[in-house]
Write a protein that binds this ligand. Structure first.
Ligand SMILES: Cc1cc2nc3c(=O)[nH]c(=O)nc-3n(C[C@H](O)[C@H](O)[C@H](O)COP(=O)(O)OP(=O)(O)OC[C@H]3O[C@@H](n4cnc5c(N)ncnc54)[C@H](O)[C@@H]3O)c2cc1C
Length: 470
């Protein structure tokens, strides 16, 4: 019991990682608790520099991970705003069925209030399943000539018109919901950091080296920043380092919770590169069309979206239109294991399950049918010898499959954390990022990881018996 007349001090919370989950948890907690956000990368500041709004590829703000299966580099934003500062700003949130195995308290209806609170949907904000007051602005960009032709070809192949991919039960072809303002990426750096900075202690360019414990209770963190190594005491530590960074931090801290790194999932995708008029491509280089189809069952969802190859790779031709095909509810799982120096050793495990291979092959076949119609109309050219029309397609698929940059689930609910996001076997330690997703949603993890941060912040307040400030 506090001494008579003495005001109890505010709860001290340290958030390790200022990305999607971390900034949204900070937003929820600031004002009700004394919050410090520790971000290893830079804070680019406000107003957001143009490059973080309009450019792609940030080697100076990256964690430099590698997929050990393929040897390919894995991009992970090391910058305030995390993935949402470097990503493709696709704001598709997935459908209810994609959360069916998330367990009690984490079903679609449980997540929807947070998903609504995050967003202002410019076209459909008045619908009950959308928000119109959140800082993340969702819009749909007008189609260019290639998007129109793609939509017509997909319709001729039997795909429904889909004006809002975030509407319940939506499938078909239509504009990408994208978090952009004036064409620029509108992620957590642009939209959430300005709300959080004045209300928290933000330590950028500072690494959380380890979580400190007294027995099984987290008591703070050890950080290393421009001023050297320091200890920050805390009543509660929230890990928000992402699907690779959070396991690393737990290992560095000697946390022995169950199944860390087990259960990693990612959407596998491949590119079908076709040729088109560079001026037509330039009219809508990214965030144009999205086709969501399914094979035998809605759980067999695949996504197709075209974009300018040159936008992401300056060695590519401006006339290359990359048509990506991704499997949205893969069964395969990868693993993050503890590598030398407690660095994450990542095996994405794409196409480990036979069923995923078969589903990818069928999705490619269906996509090729749409592209063939476009070619017949003269809007694109499928180069002779294209890999997906050759022999031994499965071998080529396995060689070319890569990451959609959507890793989740390395510290899943029901495995490493409980339903209130507490790290099992510890006290005063929660995880509030994409690593807790029990399985990969059938949309992008961008908005869902933000929702997890917001819910994690609410759970922390509720656990402490604190009221939420508006
Ligand atoms: C190139 C790319 C494109 C993508 N495109 C899309 C898309 O279009 N749509 C979509 O839905 N999803 C997309 N994603 C995925 C999406 O951005 C992520 O799922 C999301 O950012 C995950 O949020 P998070 O909070 O788990 O982690 P992050 O947003 O990655 O945040 C983790 C933060 O923690 C920091 N950190 C880590 N360890 C430490 C430490 N020890 N100390 C201090 N700080 C630390 C990191 O620097 C980072 O800022 C993309 C991702 C990438 C990389």
């Amino acid at each position: 019991m506090p001494a008579r007349g003495r005001t109890p001090r505010p709860m001290k919370v340290v958030i390790a990682g200022g990305g999607n989950g971390g900034l949204w948890a900070a937003h929820r907690l600031a004002g009700s608790a004394e919050v410090t956000v520790v971000e290893a990368g830079i804070d680019p500041g406000d107003p957001v520099p143009r490059r973080f709004l309009h450019e792609h590829g940030f080697p100076d703000c990256d964690w430099d991970y590698t997929d050990t299966d393929s040897g390919r580099h894995l991009v992970r934003g090391r910058v305030l705003g995390g993935g949402s500062t470097v990503n493709a700003a696709a704001g598709s949130r997935g459908q209810a069925g994609g959360f069916a195995d998330w367990g009690e308290g984490w079903q679609w209806d449980d997540l929807l209030p947070a998903l609504r609170e995050i967003e202002s949907d410019e076209q459909y904000g008045d619908r009950e399943y959308h928000g119109d007051r959140g800082p993340i602005r969702i819009t749909r960009l007008s189609p260019g000539p290639l998007e129109r032709a793609f939509g017509e070809a997909a319709a001729a192949e039997g795909h429904a018109d889909c004006p809002d991919h975030n509407a319940p039960g939506a499938f078909g072809v239509g504009p990408w919901p994208t978090n952009r303002v004036d064409g620029g990426r509108w992620g957590c750096l642009a939209a959430v950091a300005p709300l959080v900075r004045p209300r928290v202690n933000l330590r950028a360019q500072t690494l959380v080296r380890r979580i400190l414990f007294d027995g099984d209770s987290a008591t703070g963190v050890e950080i290393e920043g421009p001023g050297g190594v320091e200890r920050l005491p805390a009543d509660l530590v929230l890990c928000a380092g992402g699907a690779y960074g959070t396991p690393e931090l737990l290992w560095r801290s000697g946390v022995d919770a169950p199944q860390i790194g087990v259960g990693l999932q990612d959407h596998p995708w491949v590119m079908l590169d076709v040729e088109a008029d560079p001026d037509a491509i330039a009219q809508r280089p990214v965030s144009g069309s999205l086709l969501r189809g399914w094979l035998d069952d809605p759980a067999d969802e695949y996504q197709v979206f075209p974009f300018s190859a040159w936008l992401y790779d300056r060695t590519a031709s401006r006339g290359t239109w990359s048509v990506s095909v991704a499997l949205m509810q893969p069964e395969s799982r990868g693993r993050v294991t503890r590598g030398p120096g407690d660095r994450a050793r990542i095996s994405l495990g794409h196409l480990a399950e036979r069923r995923d291979v078969d589903r990818m092959l069928t999705a490619i076949e269906r996509t090729d049918a749409v592209l063939a119609r476009m070619e017949a109309e003269g809007t694109i050219k499928i180069p002779p010898g294209s890999w997906w029309r050759g022999v031994d397609l499965e071998r080529e698929l396995r060689r070319r499959v890569e990451t959609y940059n959507h890793p989740v689930g390395s510290c899943g609910i029901g495995r490493t954390v409980d339903r209130r996001l507490n790290v099992r076997g510890t006290r005063g330690l929660k995880i509030v990022d994409a690593s807790v997703m029990p399985s990969i949603p059938n949309g992008g993890p961008n908005l869902v990881s933000m929702a997890i941060g917001l819910i994690g912040g609410s759970l922390a307040l509720a656990d402490a018996g604190l009221a939420r400030t508006p």
